[in-house]
Design a protein around this ligand. Structure first.
Ligand code: ATP
Length: 196
């Protein structure tokens, strides 16, 4: 089986993430997509948006549940930090020897890909699938990466967090079951007890 690996902080996961992962499968670039949760960096993140790993993981699981070909993974949470993509890919490949893995990244990351740890090995062994990001160059014909020309939904986790704080609607921007979870646990509010 070919498995796409799509990483993010998913704080929270939104409709754009899910639709992109489904698109990878729909275009037969992978049989399945594993959505890998990245640990948040307390030194880098805005403290107001720091949400516990467990809660982000639960939302990711809930979002993937309706789709048999999408899977949430917490593999990076138990890895040494900072975690590098090549280490995650190697670990996934080692524990699933019958499968091949492909990295799914945006063109923003593609533009600086040659600064990633062991990027040549990623290109050779984990043939990246690259989706467009505004103003960023896509891989050329002769590249070891595959461009996936998909229209992304105009949504970001930052937008979702802001809207939840100001009380604007997020309907259609995140999966309804994730919104239920956010409401039930009182997440992303100014007085959120989970904010560290
Ligand atoms: P934030 O607003 O907090 O920076 P984000 O919406 O960009 O978050 P991340 O969890 O950082 O979400 O993103 C994970 C991956 O999803 C990133 O590599 C990013 O390129 C991609 N991504 C972000 N927004 C979209 C979208 N609307 N559609 C598809 N992919 C997206």
């Amino acid at each position: 089986m070919v498995i796409g690996v799509f990483g993010g902080s998913f704080n929270p996961v939104h409709a754009g993430h899910i639709s992109l992962a489904r698109e990878v499968v729909a275009r037969k670039l992978a049989d399945k997509v594993v959505m890998v949760l990245s640990p948040l960096n307390p030194l880098k993140e805005d403290p107001a948006s720091l949400i516990d790993d467990y809660l982000r993981m639960e939302m990711l699981r809930i979002a993937c549940l309706p789709y048999p070909r999408l899977e949430a993974s917490d593999i990076e949470l138990s890895m040494p930090r900072p975690s590098y993509t090549i280490d995650t890919l190697r670990r996934l490949a080692a524990s699933n020897p019958g499968d091949s893995f492909r990295l799914v990244i945006g063109a923003d990351n593609w533009e600086c890909f040659d600064r990633w740890k062991d990027y040549r090995e990623i290109l050779r062994d984990f043939h990246p699938i690259v989706y467009p990001r505004e103003g960023c160059a896509m891989p050329g014909e002769d590249s070891q990466a595959t461009p996936m020309w998909a229209d992304l939904l105009p949504v970001s986790s930052t937008m979702i967090r802001q809207r939840l704080i100001t009380g604007e609607t997020v309907n259609n921007l995140i999966p309804p079951a994730v919104l239920d979870y956010i409401r039930a646990n009182g997440l992303y509010r100014r007085d959120d007890p989970q904010v560290i």
